[in-house]
Write a protein of this length. Sequence first.
Length: 1016
Amino acid sequence: MLQWILGKTIGTKNDREVARLCKWALLVNEKEKEYQKLTDEEIKAKTIEFRKRLSGGESLDDLSTEAFAVVKNVCRRHVGKSWDVVGHQLKWEMIPFDVQLVGGKVLHQGKIAEMATGEGKTLVATLPVYLNALVNPVHLVTVNDYLARRDCEWMRPIYEFLGLTVSYLQNDMDFEARRKVYACDIVYGTNSEFGFDYLRDNSMASRQEEQVQRGHFFAIVDEVDSILVDEARTPLIISGPASVSTHRYDQVKPLVQNLFQKQSLLCNRLLKEARDILDKDGATDEEEDAAAIKLFQVLKGIPEHRQLLKMMEDPEVRRMIDKTELQMMSDLRKEERFKVLEELYFTIDEKGHDVDLTDQGRKLISPHDADEFVLPDLVNDQQDIDADETLTSEEKERKKEKLQVEYGEKSEKIHNLGQLLKAYSLFEKDVDYVIQDNKVIIVDEFTGRLMPGRRYSDGLHQALEAKEGVSIERETQTFATITIQNYFRMYKKLAGMTGTAETEANEFFQIYKLPVMVIPTNDKIRRIDHNDVIYKTRREKFNAIIDEITECYQAKRPVLVGTVSVETSEVLSRLLKRRSIPHSVLNARYHQQEAEIVSRAGQPGAVTIATNMAGRGTDIKLGPGVVKHSNCALIAARDGREVCPFINELDCYKKVPCGLHVIGSERHESRRIDRQLRGRSARQGDPGSSRFYISLEDDLMRLFGSDRIARVMDKMGIEEGQDLTHPLLNRSIETAQKRVEQRNFGVRKHTLEFDDVMNKQRQVIYDFRNRVLQSENLKEDVLNIIEEVLSIKVDEIFSGKTDEIDLAGLLKWVDSNFPLHLSDRISEFEEKTKEEVTQTLIDEFKSLYEFKEKIEEERMRRLEQVVLLKVIDRLWREHLYNMDSLREGVYLRAYGQKDPLVEYRAEGFNMFSEMMYDMKAEITREIFRVSASPQYFESVMKRVPTKLIHQETQQFQSAPVSQGANGGSSQDQPSSEGMPLVNRSSAPIRRDLPKVGRNDLCPCGSGKKYKKCCGA
């Protein structure tokens, strides 16, 4: 209350800050007037002057007034000039207003500037971009490739006049083109292009010259809410096809189809029984309760069942279901709820976006083995094996290995079943995805755009492919990944601009430490936002929308209809065709014609249906005659006169006959998207209006807020076809939207919490990798790694469970992995302490390294780099795959009262520690095995006696091949014709050696598991 009173009396903090910056803008204007007297050459010289002053100790803040004035002056000098922008000649007519100067200053301060649509955010960005590009490269992030190119080409003459270089990224650019782009002072591009280039630089570049980015200093994110909030739910992933495909969707699909058929028949029967009871005269309370439970079962079994939705149009029935659901969800009736839901084959939780198979469902898909789709308790089973004293250690290992394989296969099958159930229950064709060229392509729920190349993770995309009967692509393996949040948190300074950030201000500050400032508009907004109109059913709502479109079309007023799905846009299109009203459709199916459709949307009588118009980034220009009068009496003149001569005649206060009329076919789950849709009307002082139409059958209302409104409609006796309009209802809808926003924030926060675990690991690996790329001599690093590996290995030997120290095993491990022969010198080690053994081994390895270095002096430095990069990349990718598997399975631990995030952190740390050791151990081995010089290979072979050859167990377990004269196999010896000396008619392959399990010790004597040694 006190805050509200202070806000009314002395203004909010935002108001006070804007007022302070407006005074600062006056200083910029005064300085710009001085610059008007300068010649072009003198203005251009300002850039050199500013850079000298910065190197002399002045700060960017010290120069901000002058730098902004210079940019404003250059804009003034370009007025009337034309240049090519995306294939069209564009005439420059823009000079920054005071509010744009304020917006630019806010961006320079590292904040988010909320500026209404049409207020010239593209121009605003030039001010802080120029100032900050004087010191370091600046990245300007847009929502798509088209806007990156358009904005860059539009603003390029301003930057180039001032001596700065500027370019833009596009999706199809090759490495050389990208390198040239990043060499510029200013780079425009999409968030995904910047993010993927970062991942490629740090996971795929084999030389420093192959890295394109030059650091992360300052980024301005256009449509910041779309990029940092909406797209933050899905991480950026570079992936390739997995080496093996483990999915079983083709096996599971018939089972799921059968489940759905049975569930549909069951729900139809339950609905009929409930309807019969409710239609019967004199039904008892017990019978009505039974009917309510049946309807509750259908609600949980098929929430969007058409007959159920039809019955729920009756407020009495809706109230009965809501009451039953509330009672059933209480802890007091937990057992009854379980019993009721177990009659279904599966239950659907639309709010939680989840599907759960019941025991009844498990019996249906596996009648002979009820436990086929139940995961065993792996921990207990392993403990039972360990406790079995009749088994040898080798037998225990084999049993555990078999248990792991069975667990993995069953886990994959259960996972496939769950994902396929989700695909059938929660994902709708032409709403969540479309089929194009025999592929499942995701539709962006916030922009309505197709996202080719993007795939749902965790096998969900494969489940959708199986559902639709298209080719199931092989599952992918992650090579590199990062979330949007963690990528943008790397920038030393981050700023953003959008028309709608205030609703997400809390999230921006919590995650990115970005405060939001609302910048006032240059002209007052002349848009009237009408109250929402609410109907009981979608059919009534669609009819009302068509009536309003018809009225506007006949009055020659342009209309933009916003829908949340492709399906709704096509329903409205069919209804308009019946009335012979010409119109354009802009959705995921027709996105190629976007620019052309938008360019016509402001013409008199134009009707445009657009799916999620948010973030389209294009202005709708009003055609001739759309604005009836240049001044609008809806905004009172200062002297109180009404300036529009026909305001009463046209009834402007009620219908607003001027400008673009926006119709929302339903409320989006995000308030920002609704605000952005409204913002397409009344841009830059134009008149306009907006109205949303809602039905109780809309997803948002059905899931989060229709019960209260249904009661109001019932009390008022609203009949079919009648609407309900009231400001209080608008608030009720906003409350429903806030609930969804809170849930979505939870999803994003959850994604970030898990990625924070990976982020720490990613930083360690990428820092290590960059050090390898940037270093000219890695000798010290390699020797330190060797020293660390040897110290750990010696520690293992000396800290064994028995008192006996296995020096023979240690030296055998050394001889097996490296061209040294220490086993015959075991007596030299027997009397040494742990520290002395370690130092002796280190000295031996240093000697061997220097020997190798002497022979391969020219190539050694590059060889070090190649070996380290190869090992880092291979093991990091394996680790990412293992972490993906861990994340998929860790959620099941919640059933054991364990926090999945805590478990993920702990196990992830252990896996990372093990991977880092494996990485160093492999580097130690590979650095001596790999050679670019034949002389080195010959020298090493002379150092190693024949009897110590490391005989690898062959991949196909064939008999060992005979050894050649110098210890290699006869297969390795080249003949005079350059072909291996192999007798093609040799005896059939047979296994003389015992079969080696993946987790068994490798028979080569390395001391490692077979899967990590010869079986790798």
